[in-house]
Design a protein around this ligand. Structure first.
Ligand code: DX5
Ligand code: ZN
Length: 217
């Protein structure tokens, strides 16, 4: 399967967002990081900004909610028309109920695990999710180093997916770059978020194709 690349606009210029989006039209979706300064020690933007990104983006939105109380707030992000909404298992009260609500609103339901959260948290409910995001850094900031110690979780989920005949996507986020993407791909990831690797260079489109071919190699 062809690797899917989701550039994270956390590393883009927030006041020139529309121009930034035009540089990544060859990507599969745009990854939009919502942070609330509570679940993570950083603050980005909320629903109003996500609605504007949705309105001007030529490619679908993959919204990553790093917020407390996603049970209350995540459905509002599905209502923006985002293709997918991912919340953190650590923050949700009822992940299954929330995933059903997101799907009912027409969004793909994603659940994310921080590096220290075991897959046992969600392993019995995998049929309820369209995507599982294995964080490969501690969520909160772009430009951190990839944590290879998270790879056994990916391998285990890829194995379970195959054994149970499930179809959820396996996403990785954090420190994904030309020197790490092949490791994550080999462990079973098929959707790759990259912030600084895409927006930190001269040519985002060239970096997207480079990452895609390294993941597919
Ligand atoms: C971090 C965010 C990531 C971030 C990744 O908490 O969830 O999406 O943008 O940035 P890089 O690719 O620079 O590690
Ligand atoms: Zn993210």
């Amino acid at each position: 399967m062809t690797a899917r690349i989701h550039p994270s606009v956390l590393s883009a210029d927030f006041v020139n967002m529309e121009a930034a989006l035009r540089t990544i039209v060859t990507a599969d979706a745009v990854h939009v990081d919502v942070m609330d300064n509570h679940f993570v020690p950083n603050l980005t933007f909320g629903r109003q900004m996500v609605e504007r990104i949705q309105a001007v983006s030529p490619i679908p939105l993959d919204v990553h909610l790093m917020i407390d109380d996603p049970d209350r707030w995540a459905p509002e992000y599905a209502a923006t028309g985002a293709a997918g909404v991912t919340f953190h298992a650590e923050a949700a009260t009822d992940a299954v109920e929330l995933a059903r609500e997101l799907r009912a609103r027409g969004a793909k339901a994603g659940v994310s695990l921080k590096p220290g959260t075991p897959i046992e948290t969600i392993v019995d409910d995998l049929a309820e999710f369209d995507l599982v995001l294995i964080m490969t850094v501690e969520p909160g900031f772009g430009g951190q180093s990839f944590m290879p110690e998270t790879m056994p979780k990916l391998q285990a989920l890829a194995h379970i997916r195959e054994r149970r005949g499930l179809a959820f996507d396996l996403q990785v986020d954090g420190g994904i770059a030309v020197d790490t993407i092949a490791t994550a791909a080999a462990a079973g990831a098929d959707v790759f978020v990259a912030g600084s690797a895409v927006f930190g260079g001269e040519d985002p489109a060239a970096r997207i194709s480079e990452l895609r071919s390294l993941a597919d190699a």
